[in-house]
Design a protein around this ligand. Structure first.
Ligand SMILES: Cc1cc2nc3c(=O)[nH]c(=O)nc-3n(C[C@H](O)[C@H](O)[C@H](O)COP(=O)(O)OP(=O)(O)OC[C@H]3O[C@@H](n4cnc5c(N)ncnc54)[C@H](O)[C@@H]3O)c2cc1C
Length: 432
C-alpha cells in the first residue's frame, strides 16, 4: 500500500471509531432518557394516586360535614327521653348501653370524645342524680348513642361507704326498654377529624370509652391518619371490648394497638389479648413511637393521668399537644397551673366556709377548683361533667365571690357558682 492509501485507511478507521463512539454515546443517552422517563412516569403515578387519595378523603370529610349540617337541627336543649335499646355485658362490672331517641327523631352528630349527661331518678333518692358518660362509639352510627359504664365500687381506703350511686343503678338495675333523660352531647375533649396530625390515645380502665369513639371514627371515616392506641388494664377480666380490639388489631396499616396488663392471668396470652406485661408508661411509648411528635389524648384515673402527663412533658411533649378528660375531680394538677397562677392571692389565704357542714378551711392555692378543695376536705358536693357544662355542681354563695378558670358553658344563676371550674376571690361562704 502506498502512503496515500495508508492515510485513507487511517482516516477511515478514525472515522469509524468516532462513529462507534458517537453511536455508543447516543445509545447511553437514549437508555438514560428512557430510565428518566420511566422514573418520571412512576413519580407522576404516585402523585396521581396521592391526589386521588386526598380527593377520596376530602369527599368523605365533605359528606361527613354535609350529614353534620343536615343533622344539626336535631340537637336539643335540656333533657330528651332515650330508650335503652340494648344492654350488653363488656367485662366484670361493665356494661354498654345502646340508646335510641324515644321520639324516633334524628340524632344530632357529636364529636368523638364527647359525653352525654344523664339525669337519673333513682328510687329512694329525693333529688335527681346527674352524671356524665362518654360516648363509646364512632359518630358515624347515626341511629344510636353507645355509652359504656363501670360500676364504681367503694374506695379501697373506705370499704364501708356505699358503692357509686349512678353507676350501680345503670349496671345493676337498668334494663332494656327503660327510659332515661339525656342531655345533648357536649364536652371540649374531642378529636377533630379534619386535622391530619398523627395521634396517640392513652387510656386506663374505663377511660377507654372516649378513645374507642376516636379510634372507631378514624377507622370508619377511611382516614389514613396514624393512630397509636395504648390501653392499660389489670387483666382480661377488666379489659373492656377485648374481643373487638383483638379482632381489629393488625387489620389497618395506620392503627397500632398496644394493650398493657399489669396483672395478667394464666389464661392471658401475651401477643394475643395483650402485648405488654406491666403498666402503661412513657418509657413504653419511647420504645415504640418513632418520635414524640404526636397529639396525645389521655383518659384514666387521677394517678394514671398525672404520671403520664408529667412524664410526657419531661420527654419534651409540649403541653399544647396533651389533651385529657378527667372522669373525676383533681386529675391533672399541673395542667391548670398557668390559669390558676394568675389567681394566686398574696397575703393570708382566704377562709372558705362550708355553711351546711359547719366547717371552715384556709384555701390551698395548689387546688384546682372549689369542688376538688371540698372533696379533699371530706365534703361531698354533687358533680357531673367537671367541666362547667352540666350544672350539677352548682352551689349558692352566701358571701364572697369567685373567679372562673374557664367561661361556663351556659349562664350561671346569680348568687351561685359552678364549683368544678371556679376558685375563691377572697373569703367565701358557700351553702354546702
Ligand atoms: C366527662 C365525663 C365522662 C365520663 N365517662 C364515663 C364513662 O364513659 N364510663 C364510666 O363508667 N364513667 C364515666 N364517667 C364517670 C361517671 O360520670 C361517674 O362519676 C361514675 O360513674 C361514678 O358515679 P357514681 O354515681 O356511680 O358514684 P358516686 O355515688 O358519685 O360515688 C363516687 C365514689 O365515692 C364513693 N363514696 C360514696 N359515698 C361516700 C362517702 N360518704 N365518702 C367517701 N366516698 C364515698 C363511692 O363508693 C364511689 O367510689 C365520666 C365522668 C365525666 C366527668
Amino acid at each position: 500500500m502506498n502512503p496515500a492509501e495508508i492515510e485513507i485507511m487511517r482516516q477511515a478507521s478514525f472515522a469509524s471509531a468516532v462513529g462507534w463512539l458517537f453511536l455508543g454515546g447516543l445509545g447511553v443517552h437514549l437508555v438514560l432518557q428512557v430510565v428518566g422517563q420511566l422514573r418520571n412516569l412512576k413519580w407522576q403515578r404516585e402523585q396521581e394516586e396521592m391526589a386521588r387519595e386526598r380527593l377520596r378523603w376530602e369527599i368523605k370529610a365533605a359528606s361527613a360535614q354535609y350529614v353534620q349540617v343536615q343533622q344539626s337541627s336535631a340537637a336539643w336543649n335540656g333533657f330528651r327521653k332515650f330508650k335503652i335499646a340494648q344492654k350488653q355485658f363488656e367485662c366484670a362490672g361493665v356494661f354498654s348501653f345502646f340508646l335510641v331517641p324515644h321520639d324516633g327523631k334524628p340524632l344530632p352528630p357529636f364529636k368523638p370524645g364527647q359525653y352525654l349527661t344523664f339525669q337519673l331518678n333513682i328510687p329512694g333518692h329525693d333529688k335527681p342524680v346527674v352524671r356524665c358518660y362518654s360516648i363509646s362509639d364512632s359518630p358515624f352510627h347515626t341511629n344510636y348513642y353507645r355509652v359504656t359504664i363501670k360500676r364504681e365500687g367503694a374506695p379501697k381506703d373506705k370499704p364501708g361507704v356505699p358503692p357509686g350511686l349512678a353507676s350501680s343503678y345503670f349496671v345493676d338495675r337498668l334494663r332494656e326498654g327503660d327510659i332515661l333523660d339525656v342531655k345533648a352531647p357536649a364536652g371540649h375533649f374531642y378529636l377533630d377529624l379534619a386535622q391530619p396530625q398523627p395521634i396517640v390515645l392513652l387510656s386506663g380502665g374505663v377511660g377507654i370509652t372516649p378513645m374507642l369513639s376516636m379510634m372507631n371514627a378514624i377507622i370508619e371515616s377511611g382516614s389514613k391518619r396514624e393512630v397509636w392506641f395504648f390501653h392499660g388494664a389489670r387483666n382480661r377480666l377488666e379489659h373492656i371490648q377485648r374481643s373487638y380490639l383483638m379482632e381489629i388489631a393488625g387489620q389497618y396499616e395506620n392503627i397500632h394497638i398496644h394493650i398493657c396488663y399489669s396483672q395478667p392471668m394464666a389464661e392471658d396470652v401475651q401477643g394475643r389479648n395483650f402485648q405488654h406485661h406491666g403498666r402503661l408508661t412513657v418509657e413504653l411509648l419511647k420504645s415504640l413511637l418513632p418520635s414524640n411528635n404526636f397529639q396525645y389524648f389521655l383518659c384514666g384515673n387521677g394517678a394514671f393521668m398525672q404520671t403520664l402527663t408529667t412524664d410526657l412533658e419531661a420527654w419534651g411533649v409540649p403541653e399544647s399537644a396533651i389533651h385529657f378528660e378527667a372522669f373525676g375531680p383533681a386529675s391533672v394538677k399541673k395542667k391548670a397551673a398557668p390559669a390558676a397562677a394568675a389567681m394566686v392571692l398574696t397575703g393570708p389565704q382566704p377562709q372558705i366556709t362550708f355553711a351546711k357542714s359547719g366547717k371552715v378551711f384556709a384555701w390551698e392555692p395548689a387546688m384546682l377548683n372549689l369542688l376538688d378543695f371540698a372533696r379533699e376536705k371530706g365534703i361531698r358536693l354533687d358533680s357531673g361533667c367537671c367541666a362547667g357544662s352540666c350544672g350539677s355542681c352548682l352551689v349558692a354563695i352566701q358571701s364572697g365571690s369567685v373567679d372562673y378558670l374557664k367561661k361556663p358553658d351556659s349562664s350561671v344563676e346569680t348568687g351561685s357558682c359552678l364549683t368544678c371550674i371556679c376558685r375563691p376571690q377572697g373569703d367565701l361562704v358557700i351553702d354546702a
